[in-house]
Design a protein around this ligand. Structure first.
Ligand code: PEP
Length: 267
């Protein structure tokens, strides 16, 4: 079999063991699609996406999760939620716990998306509480970090994103940290059509990996996957996902149609 670059960076650790980071591309459907529409899109994608070389995840609205788990049975498409609560149960009207998601067959959960930080008062501390609970329930947390345009203009992007990453992973062991996916999503690039250049995205993803190395050591940092998110589409996915520290993407708008296949099947 020819070497497939999507199997990504193959590194060797100090003991000469192979470290491989499989690309992970997740679609965040946000508050779009009814259960019927969600299943229709899954049925379209089933025949057109490469799930051998890329870990593919779709994150529909909570009311679609059951239907999408059912529709993806027998495929390699994973299902994720867009949020969860950090408590196990209790009087939290409208909320959903990690174990409820896990029992449904959900495998991933997006945490700390900038829209949740902006509109629903999500903080670094609650992202950390949720990350811990998600890991306990066996879910893969996709932890979003990223700077606003103002932060970037003030030249504090790296400090800010480093802090968000460190707080999100506070009290998470190295073994658990290896399961976490970090999604670097510059807020100014989300839903705006303004994509970070591959160099800008790589610079921040590399800095995140350096922070992870400071906290956990290089071997652990080399295993953790870091996505880029922000106006990814079929035309820019190739360049972004071939950068050394970008291990796939979190995709919003462009994951809502069959065009998501062009992103997953990037070259
Ligand atoms: C997102 O919602 O995480 C996102 C990156 O959105 P978009 O791709 O539409 O910018």
């Amino acid at each position: 079999m020819p070497f497939n670059k999507k199997l990504n960076l193959i590194l060797f650790n100090l003991r000469g063991e192979i470290i491989m980071r499989k690309k992970i591309i997740a679609g965040n459907w946000k508050m779009n699609k009814t259960p019927k529409e969600a299943v229709e899109l899954i049925n379209t994608l089933k025949g057109s996406i490469d799930t051998d070389n890329v870990e593919v995840v779709v994150c529909p609205s909570i009311v679609c999760l059951s239907a999408v788990v059912e529709a993806t049975k027998g495929t390699n498409i994973g299902v994720g939620a867009q949020n969860m609560h950090f408590e196990a149960n209790g009087a939290f009207t409208g909320e959903t716990s990690a174990s409820m998601l896990a029992e449904l067959g959900v495998k991933y959960v997006v945490l700390g998306h900038s829209e949740r930080r902006q509109y629903f008062a999500e903080t670094d501390v609650t992202v950390n509480q949720k990350t811990i609970k998600a890991l306990e329930a066996g879910l893969v947390p996709i932890v979003c970090v990223g700077e606003t345009l103002e932060d970037r203009e003030q030249n504090v992007t790296i400090e800010l994103v480093s802090l968000q990453t460190k707080i999100a992973l506070k009290d998470v062991s190295a073994e658990d940290a290896k399961k976490v996916v970090i999604a670097y999503e510059p807020v100014w690039a989300i839903g705006t059509g303004k994509t970070a250049t591959s160099e800008q995205a790589e610079e921040v993803c590399k800095a995140i990996r350096e922070v992870l190395a400071d906290v956990y050591g290089q071997e652990t940092a080399d295993v953790i996957r870091i996505q880029y998110g922000g106006s990814v589409n079929g035309a820019n996915a190739n360049e972004l996902f071939n950068m050394g520290n970008i291990d796939g993407g979190l995709v919003g708008g462009a994951s809502l149609t069959e065009g998501f296949a062009d992103i997953v099947n990037y070259k």
